[in-house]
Design a protein around this ligand. Structure first.
Ligand SMILES: Nc1nc2c(ncn2[C@@H]2O[C@H](COP(=O)(O)OP(=O)(O)O)[C@@H](O)[C@H]2O)c(=O)[nH]1
Ligand SMILES: [Mg+2]
Length: 194
């Protein structure tokens, strides 16, 4: 699959600002600096649809992008930035929870994990949250250009073990730098969505 059109629609703070047209949504979430902005740009084949590496932890908004006029990519605020206050962390939780609760158009949550890092407590929590709310979770391990084949295989095992994945839960590896396998990855992202 190919993305021919990608258009920024709104940065939402409140539920009332979410799109009301009921088109299926695919949400992206992950630790700050995991490469979330980069992958959305790579998948949509746009250099600056989303700003890359602005001040981490500052985005408190949920950004909606209309894709091919038939679905949305939803950019959820990144978590785990060390320098934010407890108050800000609470805000983050509220923003994510408000979105995840009863979001009928949400068809899949893409959890991004850096292939060079062991998933931490926040990642595990996020994964369990997605499952708790009953959403289809897809895991993409980012920045795969940073590791060789055997290191990637090791990284896969670590992720599987840490998140206690079932055998049928797959991990996709991707590099927003190299962009190899973009169409195949998009096929997987959109499978069972539209
Ligand atoms: N080598 C490499 N660097 C990447 C890749 N994706 C993102 N980065 C870098 O990682 C940093 C954080 O990326 P960004 O997309 O802003 O992450 P975000 O905070 O999750 O939105 C930036 O310096 C990017 O250039 C990738 O696939 N390969
Ligand atoms: Mg970002």
């Amino acid at each position: 699959m190919e993305i021919k059109q990608a258009e920024f629609i709104i940065s939402a703070v409140k539920r009332e600002q979410y799109p009301k047209d009921q088109l299926p949504e695919i949400a992206f979430v992950g630790r700050s600096n995991v490469g979330k902005s980069s992958i959305i740009n790579a998948l949509t084949n746009r250099k600056k649809l989303v700003k890359v590496s602005g001040t981490p932890g500052k985005t408190r908004l949920i950004n909606f992008f209309l894709i091919n006029d038939n679905s949305y990519f939803v950019d959820l605020p990144g978590y785990g930035y060390a320098k934010i206050s407890k108050e800000q962390k609470k805000d983050w939780g509220k923003i994510i929870e408000t979105y995840l609760k009863n979001r009928n158009p949400l068809k899949k949550v893409v959890l991004l994990l850096d292939c060079r890092r062991i998933p931490n407590e926040d990642d595990i929590l996020m994964y369990n949250w997605i499952k708790h709310y009953g959403y289809n979770c897809m895991i993409i391990s980012t920045k795969s250009d940073k590791l060789n084949r055997s290191e990637l295989s090791k990284s896969e095992n670590t992720i599987r073990k840490t998140l206690k994945l079932q055998e049928n839960e797959k991990i996709s590896f991707y590099s927003s730098l190299k962009k190899a396998g973009t169409e195949e990855l998009l096929d997987k992202i959109f499978s069972e969505v539209i």
